[in-house]
Design a protein around this ligand. Structure first.
Ligand code: SF4
Length: 320
């Protein structure tokens, strides 16, 4: 491409990885993979790592560029797109680190062979982050189209303590939840979409039968309310209202109308925000209410949470 510099942007929360990153960059310079006149080619390429200040929003490419330029990490209006006017106003290519990490395998194996590891329309491999109530949580590289049930019970070692499975969030906290009877699916973009959710970031969150879905919905919306950059009203106000309603609801102060109101609020955020964070907050909320309505009803009339003895919100699985 003729690019002379590359930036690796690390979210503030992941700064602890910067030591590994800095060593990797230093090693690459020492071996001549990057820097001046790479392997006598006459080409120069410098790589820098940059630590963010801690914002989910800067995962959005234009907000990331704003942050990298030292400004507040909020999205840019497009067009122009980054390939035309990007970082510092120059043409810019932005990729997820996971995408770039696949390049060596593609070069070594050949494109077709790499693609053949996955399914016909969803080639290659994916990094799946298995978290939640699993015996062996972790990040696993698996072929696209790997069966979700097998992923949980064989790769992830099954549910902690041999307990029952209640639900799975298949692609990161923004994706609609699947019930336990919906997980016999291939983990590729098309199949997960057909099952009513999304493959998203490949962050699989497994919830055992002791999990309170209302509490989990609250935990999820707390995250998005905290991370909303505040620019658009449906996202800023919607996430805040949802957090307040779910907090009251889970504490036993809910009324029947709240259940439909939660869904109504989330429905009205969908497609009405500047960046996908508004949708990311709304989509899982809608699915929690639609698929686990009974659990919401079980919290009504001042009844205590039926799962209260199983820990506080902070003890719920960490969201991917
Ligand atoms: S959707 Fe939310 S995070 Fe995205 S620009 Fe609007 S307020 Fe900011």
């Amino acid at each position: 491409m003729g690019a002379k510099a590359g930036y690796i942007y690390l979210r503030g929360e992941y700064r602890y990885l910067s030591i590994i990153m800095q060593k990797a960059i230093a090693d690459a310079y020492a071996r001549g993979f990057i820097g001046k006149n790479i392997f006598g080619s006459g080409k120069d390429f410098d790589v820098y790592w940059h630590g963010g200040a801690g914002a989910y929003e800067v995962g959005e490419e234009s907000a990331l560029m704003e942050s990298l330029e030292g400004k507040r990490g909020i999205p840019r209006i497009r067009p122009p797109f980054p390939a035309v006017v990007g970082l510092w106003g120059g043409p810019t290519v932005i990729n997820n680190a996971e995408t770039l990490a696949a390049v060596p395998a593609i070069l070594m194996m050949g494109g077709q062979k790499y693609a053949d590891l996955g399914t016909p329309r969803n080639g290659g491999t994916r990094l799946f982050c298995l978290s939640g109530n699993l015996e062996k949580p972790g990040v696993y590289e698996l072929p696209m189209g790997y069966n979700l049930k097998k992923m949980i019970y064989e790769v992830g070692g099954g549910i902690q303590g041999g307990r029952g499975l209640k639900a799975v969030v298949p692609g990161g906290s923004s994706t609609p939840v699947l019930r336990a009877d919906e997980i016999d699916i291939a983990m590729d973009f098309d199949s997960v979409m057909k099952a009513g959710s999304m493959l998203g970031s490949g962050g699989v969150v497994v919830l055992d039968d002791r999990t309170c879905i209302v509490k989990f919905a609250l935990r999820t919306i707390k995250f998005y309310q905290h991370e909303s950059c505040g620019w658009c009203i449906p996202c800023r106000e919607g996430t805040d209202w949802l957090k307040k309603t779910l907090t009251r609801f889970h504490a036993g102060g809910g009324i029947k109308k709240d259940i439909d109101n939660i869904k109504y609020l989330a429905d009205n955020m969908l497609g009405r925000t500047f960046c996908p964070l508004g949708d990311a907050a709304a989509m899982p909320t809608i699915a929690f209410v639609e698929k686990f309505r009974k659990e919401f009803e079980d919290h009504l009339e001042g009844r205590p949470c039926p799962f209260a003895e199983h820990g506080t919100i902070s003890q719920l699985p960490v969201l991917a």
